[in-house]
Write a protein that binds this ligand. Structure first.
Ligand code: ADP
Ligand code: MG
Length: 703
């Protein structure tokens, strides 16, 4: 938002907003200034000339308007249950309106026999529609004035509604604001030429039309303009980071030393794949140039990213630097800690782990060791980027599962050393290539597109619940061959009890079908204590149990090469990338692996497509493409968080086309004027700078 003086005015100075409302706006919607209020966009518009007949109201009805005569008005109930009930009738039927608050006001305002326009989203109570706390307007002039034909609908909250700031109340203060602002308060940030080339609505007009629309067409142009602007600024930030970075000083890893070579000769138990070698070369090249590396490593589950990460860290250590690797969950951090410790055995590399659960003296000691340089590799969770964590000389930071970390957090790692450490982000959630280019414009991309040899592609099958006995028979065969298996149940967030019951029932039937002592079953779920969870997991990892029954807590992190069967219950409830992640838990050894997707008979169309995709392919990139078309990229787990600060209206899922255009426009502009030094770009530059400050982007070197 620019950031003119007017727009920086605190919200309490707006007419109609006193200190009480201002407080509520700040608390509930983070609206502190005039500018913030302007950015509170409507999420929908209602055509006020459209009147729904009461008989046509259905459970699917959204915000609608009805028009009718008030036939009844009375209060019911006592004390807290007291409510005002009115009845409005048109020629087709009648509907009840209910108020629990503001009763005395509406009692006076509403009059029997008069005609009203009622606006609300109906709810159904005992099969009948009703409006609770609707907007009501008396019809005095039968012709509704045209200027207010399209009514913007705003998100509000219960607390705001109680302060008369429901959608209508918000509309009122926003209109008040727009009345007192002129085009000077909302200055254009693009040049006239640019506006013409891109065919954009002027900035001021866009804001005005979004909130006080003249027509549907105006709304469309206004929204296009605002989305374009958001994407453009977002791309400028990314592209400028990339460009500026080229000149950013980086640590030089002069040579490969005894640890790297020692690991390669003595500890690495297999031949690297060509893809792994290629990526290592790319990293080697980056770390010798004297510029900071910012690289994204994409590789499907099981493609062997960990060993690449480790060898990269050894490059740093050989050159006298420290390394850290950050994982999204404690379980995954533990797993990395364990496997890295094993892999560097005998190499005199000191590995330690820092997570949120490590506290007190232990933590303090460790932080001291770290600062003294007594730890070579620090494994951990988010805890690694906290301010209290100081390194002696951090040479490289590795982030596993990037989609859960944003640009900002990456930025904070930059600050852990001067010059900034090299950064390698790794992700197994493949993002379609086209999207990756636009999203990670600030990163160079490496891809491991090859699985270690000897892996047989996982065979994926779809089976219905009624065939469970056959599936269990198959599972028994596999277990009797000495293999292990996972059985996964979906996690239903809204109802933990049901979820738990689901899992418990499953567990019971599995222990019946696979009785002890011949078979042993572990169980892991989200409500368990870490100690118990770890114990059960440990049992499975060590091969002491044959089956691990779990909710999706095993999604990331578990690596048990001997497990060859993955059975996913109610598979239709999982998203594609989740299914793919889960499937990736098997097929890590030399044996043929199977993934069985269990579903009921009725599956939704999308559910079916997901299952079919899983059966058809093991290719994570293809799956990601399908996932994107089914859900839109915005829903792909965590994508919205990964550095999208500043996107208020634009949606990377739905607005791909605008994103592409904004990106090419940003590229062109930077080619022409990288530092935005030209006179005509001064406003844009100031705007971007203020925005960067506002978004608190801590990658400070970006001007
Ligand atoms: P991911 O990319 O999913 O993180 P991992 O790094 O966990 O994959 O590797 C999966 C398994 O493959 C590990 O057991 C690892 O030791 C093994 N692995 C990695 N690279 C190779 C290779 N080149 N040859 C054989 N096995 C490998
Ligand atoms: Mg991994």
């Amino acid at each position: 938002m620019i950031y003119s003086k007017d727009l920086a005015t605190p919200i309490e100075y707006l007419k109609g907003v006193g200190p009480v409302k201002a407080e509520a706006l700040k608390k509930e919607l983070k609206i502190h200034t005039f500018g913030d209020l302007l950015l509170h966009f409507p999420f929908r518009y209602v055509d006020k000339t459209k009147i729904t007949e009461i008989a046509d109201i259905t459970e699917d009805s959204q915000f609608i308007q009805v028009r009718g005569k008030l036939t009844h008005l009375s209060t019911k109930g006592e004390g807290r249950g007291k409510r005002l009930v009115a009845r409005i009738a048109d020629q087709t039927s009648f509907v009840e309106l209910v108020w629990f608050r503001g009763i005395s006001y509406f009692e006076k305002f509403l009059q029997k026999g008069k005609e009203y326009l009622v606006f609300s989203k109906p709810t159904f109570f005992r099969g009948k529609p009703q409006f609770s706390h609707p907007e009501v307007e008396e019809i005095t002039n039968p012709n509704i004035p045209l200027s207010s034909r399209l009514m913007p609908i705003y998100h509000s909250t219960e607390k705001l509604k109680a302060k008369k700031l429901d959608t209508r109340g918000l509309a009122r203060i926003i209109q008040q604001l727009l009345q007192q602002l002129t085009a000077l308060s909302i200055p254009e940030i693009f040049t006239e030429e640019f506006i013409g080339d891109q065919q954009l609505m002027a900035r001021y007009d866009a804001f005005k039309n979004v909130h006080i629309p003249v027509s549907e067409k105006h709304i469309a142009s206004a929204r296009y303009r605002l989305k374009f602007e958001e994407f453009f600024c977002f791309q400028m930030r990314l592209l400028r980071t990339k460009n500026v970075r080229k000149k950013l000083e980086g640590i030089v890893f002069e040579e490969l030393g005894e640890k790297f070579h020692g690991f390669y000769k003595e500890n690495l138990g297999f031949e690297l794949t060509n893809a792994q070698k290629r990526v290592l070369k790319e990293i080697r090249r980056d770390t010798m140039t004297g510029s900071q590396m910012n690289r994204l490593l994409q590789g499907d589950v099981g493609s062997g990213k960990t060993v690449v990460a480790l060898m990269t860290m050894l490059m740093a250590i050989d050159n006298g630097y420290q390394a850290c690797i950050m994982a999204p969950t404690e379980i995954l951090a533990q797993q990395h800690y364990k496997s890295i410790t094993e892999m560097v055995e005998g190499l005199d590399v000191k590995v330690d782990i820092l997570t949120g659960s490590i506290k007190g003296k232990k933590r303090r000691n460790m932080l001291d060791y770290l600062e003294l340089g007594l730890i070579d590799i620090l494994v951990g969770t988010h805890a690694l980027i906290e301010d209290s964590v100081k390194y002696k000389n951090l040479g490289i930071a590795i982030i596993d599962e990037q989609h859960r970390f944003g640009v900002e957090q990456r930025g904070r790692l930059w600050l852990k050393n001067t010059p900034a450490p090299h950064i390698l982000v790794m992700t197994a959630t493949p993002i379609p290539r086209t999207l990756a280019m636009t999203l990670y414009g600030d990163l160079d991309v490496s891809i491991i597109d090859e699985l270690p040899p000897g892996r047989k592609p996982i065979v994926t099958l779809h089976r219905y619940d009624k065939d469970r006995l056959v599936v269990f028979g198959f599972l028994r065969q596999q277990l009797d061959k000495g293999q292990q298996a996972y059985i996964v149940y979906p996690l239903i967030e809204e109802s933990e009890n049901f979820d738990y019951k689901n899992l418990e029932d499953g567990y019971a039937s599995i222990t019946r079908a696979f009785p002890s002592p011949k078979y042993r079953v572990s169980i892991v779920h989200g409500q368990m204590h870490t100690v118990d969870k770890d114990f059960e997991m440990e049992q499975f990892v060590e091969g002491k149990t044959n089956i691990l029954v779990a909710t999706t807590v095993i999604e990331v992190g578990v690596n048990v090469p001997n497990a060859s069967v993955m059975i996913i219950e109610s598979a239709e409830r999982f998203g594609l990338s989740q299914l793919h992640q889960l499937r990736g838990r098997v097929g890590r050894g030399a044996d043929q692996a199977y993934c069985v997707l269990m579903t009921g008979h009725k599956i939704t169309k999308h559910g079916k497509e997901r299952i079919e995709t899983m059966v058809a392919t093991n290719d994570g990139f293809k799956i990601a493409e399908v996932d994107m078309t089914l859900r839109g990229p915005g829903d792909i787990q965590g994508l919205q968080q990964s550095g999208f600060a500043g996107l208020r209206m634009a949606n990377i899922a739905k607005d791909q086309r605008i994103l592409q255009r904004a990106r090419s426009a940003a590229t062109l502009l930077l080619d022409e004027d990288l530092e935005l030094e030209k006179e005509e770009h001064a406003i844009l530059k100031a705007f971007l700078q203020t925005q960067a400050e506002q978004l608190k982007l801590e990658w400070g070197r970006v001007s």
